[in-house]
Write a new protein. Structure first.
Length: 349
């Protein structure tokens, strides 16, 4: 696999063959992505000593991604995160969605996931690849057909950028994210509670016991949700604070201050490896999830992933935004272009 640009990545339950594609930049960084789910499988970045560390959790083959239930490395759509009551109303029409979360709500658009499908490769170069998925009218319960394009680009500033593009033929919800689990000491390095996180957010959206936002936008001031000054993930993760009790740790949406501009919104640092990851996006929210529900998850290279062994930073429209007029709207209008970028840039301290 080492330097082959395309390798087979196993077969799915219905006998389709998946492929794994290598992206590389001039600095020696490498990313491996698969057409199964447009998934990010491996991401090798240099630590402070110049050694390459694979900083994303993953599986050895497509079957692992097909079995997995934690969204590891996934391209999530048509709508990431939760929709309360598993139904949406658009232009006065109610669209029922699958109740795949607590038997009541919709999570990551139901069990017919984008990340469990084979995507087409539309374009490819040494440092980039564009995956294409046709999503028909009624797909996952949503109105409107669209062609979703996801482009991974590994630039010479050691940033992996992800560009989402689609034009629906009806008004619909589009809210794409990447659900990679990061451990800056290497994917098989155990707890990330010593990683430090900074978030450019003065507030977050509290949720109920089923992780559905209440509609409140609450200041982080004086709460364990305050990451305006970088702090260790583990410092207050077990605090006696209702949102943390409900989430089993951090699994919440922060209200970003980028005002719709592509800007740096978060940073994660490991003292051990010296790796620092900057997160950039033009989206209004980010879900920080501290892998609270990983439990003996068999991963790549013989790894077994446990609770809090990674951190996800899922850029997004706020969860359940369709039901809260005070949240930025996730509706993309007919003929309008959904066009969003997120990037993860790696540096060493």
């Amino acid at each position: 696999m080492e330097n082959q640009t395309v390798t087979t990545f196993g077969t799915t339950k219905d006998g389709k063959e998946a492929q794994l594609y290598l992206l590389k930049n001039q600095k020696g960084m490498k990313a491996y992505v698969s057409d199964f789910g447009a998934s990010l499988v491996r991401l090798f970045v240099p630590d402070r000593d110049g050694n390459m560390a694979d900083v994303v959790l993953g599986y050895d083959d497509a079957a692992g991604y097909e079995r997995g239930t934690a969204g590891v490395g996934a391209t999530v759509g048509r709508n990431a995160n939760r929709i309360g009551g598993a139904s949406v109303e658009i232009n006065g029409v109610t669209y029922p969605l699958e109740k795949n979360d607590n038997g009541k709500n919709n999570l990551h658009s139901g069990s017919d996931y984008y990340q469990k499908r084979i995507w087409n490769v539309e374009d490819r170069a040494d440092d980039r690849i564009t995956f294409l998925l046709h999503s028909p009218d009624g797909d996952q319960g949503y109105p409107g057909a669209l062609d979703m394009r996801v482009t991974y680009h590994l630039d010479d500033e050691n940033a992996l950028s992800i560009h989402y593009e689609a034009v629906p033929d009806q008004d619909t919800i589009i809210n794409m994210t990447n659900h990679s689990y990061f451990n800056l000491n290497g994917h098989n390095s155990g707890s990330v509670l010593e990683h430090k996180v900074w978030l450019n957010a003065d507030s977050f959206t509290p949720a109920d016991a089923e992780s559905i936002p209440t509609g409140e936008i609450r200041s982080v001031e004086g709460t364990p949700m305050d990451f305006r000054t970088a702090k260790e993930i583990g410092k207050e993760i077990d605090a006696d604070y209702e949102p943390l009790r409900f989430g089993g740790g951090y699994d919440h949406n922060w209200v970003l201050k980028n005002n719709g501009r592509f800007a740096k919104v978060a940073e994660v640092t490991s003292e051990k490896s010296g790796i620092r990851m900057e997160v950039y996006t033009d989206l209004p929210g980010v879900q920080m999830y501290t892998a609270n529900f990983l439990d003996h998850e068999p991963g790549k290279d013989g790894a077994v992933y446990e609770k809090r062994s990674a951190v996800c930073l899922e850029t997004q429209y706020y969860p359940d935004a369709i039901h809260h007029d005070n949240f930025p709207s996730p509706v993309c209008r007919k003929g309008m272009k959904y066009d969003s970028r997120t990037a993860y840039r790696f540096l060493t301290d």
